[in-house]
Design a protein around this ligand. Structure first.
Ligand SMILES: Cc1cc2nc3c(=O)[nH]c(=O)nc-3n(C[C@H](O)[C@H](O)[C@H](O)COP(=O)(O)OP(=O)(O)OC[C@H]3O[C@@H](n4cnc5c(N)ncnc54)[C@H](O)[C@@H]3O)c2cc1C
Length: 405
């Protein structure tokens, strides 16, 4: 059994802490916030991520707080021509995704961590590592001394990790031109279909979305995440023009969202998210493993990030329980995840210009071909498997490689 330090209390860090604690390792969590808290709004849990939550014994709690989603419907604004209509049922009648507010997913994972009394040191910004006699120590203004010496550190600090220099090869970060404004609104199921993620597009420079995402913890009110794609360099001018001007623009594209927009009085109610893309060629270094967005970040176009983080946790914990040494476990973890991570990172990168860019040709192709292609038998299964994160059967691969030894 190992002494393991995990940095970051997002979905990757919390899920890894639970798996590894339950396997008998000594686990400690470190988080830069004074109080661990989720950042952002709703996200889609795909069947891949739900299977991991099932293994954690947390699927039922998660689904109770989230909203079952059967498919995604994308239309051209404002005329409403359908350009994307995918439904999980194409693959199996029992398959679905779950949209959940980040605060609710955090709540489920954090309560499970608390229940196990896994120690959490908060308010510590992890800035580096020190290796000594086969052990690894975390650097931060707050941690130090004997408490922070580990056999293995797991970096789950997300896309802006300060530990990437300790990976075998450092990745290139590419900042994407487009980000989005995201806000949480209470949701009227009489106007929107609660089981659909709906989007409206105009070329690739306008995208509006509504994702019903269940309840916040301790609340019965259904909420949705509203998002508006925005060039990063237009953020300040959008703020300067004022919220009413912005609402007029959004309503030109999707008038039915008026009751949702009416809930925003000022831009402080909306978070501005920027996106960047990187993939670690090798997701480990000496006595350190990288999981979640620290290992691979991208735009949320395919809605896979949190699911990939959960899969990484499952893979790393399975590898540690299968292999005879930490070095072998890290190599096995990389092998379990390599194909899936590379494929979905490439797919997200390739699809982004179709939805969030100034390109004219890609969205034109999207509007012409995506919907008819997604209706061709077999192609419909491939498209749905892509959205569901199931291409390459990542969960089965982890299981297979865990059993092989
Ligand atoms: C707007 C938006 C929408 C998204 N939608 C989806 C979706 O629909 N489906 C999906 O699967 N994914 C989605 N994603 C991606 C998903 O949110 C991420 O992939 C996921 O949160 C990654 O989890 P993580 O635990 O690796 O990192 P994070 O969630 O980023 O958590 C990192 C944690 O580490 C802490 N930390 C950071 N730096 C330090 C430090 N130096 N020291 C100590 N602690 C530190 C942070 O405070 C945080 O708690 C979306 C992302 C965005 C921005």
């Amino acid at each position: 059994m190992y002494n393991i330090g995990i940095t970051g209390c997002g979905p990757a860090g919390l899920s890894a802490a639970i798996f590894l604690h339950d396997q008998g390792h000594d686990v400690a969590l470190f988080e830069r916030f004074d109080k661990p808290k989720p950042v952002g709004s709703g996200l889609m849990l795909q069947p891949t991520g739900l299977q991991v939550l099932d293994k954690l014994g947390l699927r039922l709690e998660t689904e109770a707080l989230g909203q079952r989603i059967d498919g995604m419907l994308g239309k051209i604004a404002p005329d409403g021509k359908v350009v994307l209509d995918v439904n999980y049922h194409v693959l199996s009648p029992d398959l679905y995704g779950v949209a959940i507010h980040r605060a609710s997913l955090f709540h489920v994972l954090f309560e499970a961590v608390k229940l196990r009394s896994i120690p959490i040191t908060t308010g510590c910004d992890i800035t580096g590592l020190k290796h000594e006699a086969g052990k690894v120590m975390l650097n931060s203004a707050k941690v130090g001394g004997g408490d922070a010496v580990f056999d293995l550190v797991i970096d789950a600090t997300g896309r802006q990790s300060k530990l990437l220099q300790y990976a075998e090869q450092t990745p290139k970060h590419r900042r994407l031109d487009y980000g989005a404004l995201w806000g949480t609104v209470s949701y009227d199921a009489a106007i929107f279909n609660a089981k659909l993620l709906e989007q409206r597009y105009k070329a690739a420079n306008v995208m509006v979305g509504v994702l019903p995402c269940g309840n916040l913890p301790d609340s019965e009110t259904p909420v949705a995440t509203f998002f508006w794609s925005l060039r990063n360099d237009a953020y300040q001018s959008t703020l300067n023009a004022g919220i009413d001007r912005w609402k007029v623009e959004v309503l030109q594209h999707w008038p039915e969202v008026e009751p949702l927009l009416a809930q925003f009085d000022c831009f402080d109610q909306l978070a501005h998210a920027t996106y960047s893309h990187h993939t670690l060629p090798v997701p480990y270094g000496d006595n350190i493993a990288f999981i979640g967005d620290a290992a691979h970040s991208t735009s949320p176009q395919l809605g896979q990030g949190a699911n990939m983080a959960l899969l990484d946790s499952l893979a790393l914990s399975s590898a540690l329980s299968t292999a005879d040494s930490i070095d072998d476990a890290l190599a096995l973890y990389a092998k379990m995840r390599r194909g899936h991570v590379r494929f979905f990172q490439a797919a997200s990168w390739s699809l982004t210009p179709f939805y969030q860019s100034d390109n004219k040709v890609f969205p034109w192709l999207r509007d012409l071909f995506f919907e008819p292609v997604s209706k061709i038998p077999f192609a419909d299964r491939v498209v749905t498997s892509l959205g569901a994160g199931l291409l390459g059967k990542p969960n089965k691969r982890i299981e297979k490689l865990s059993l092989r030894r």
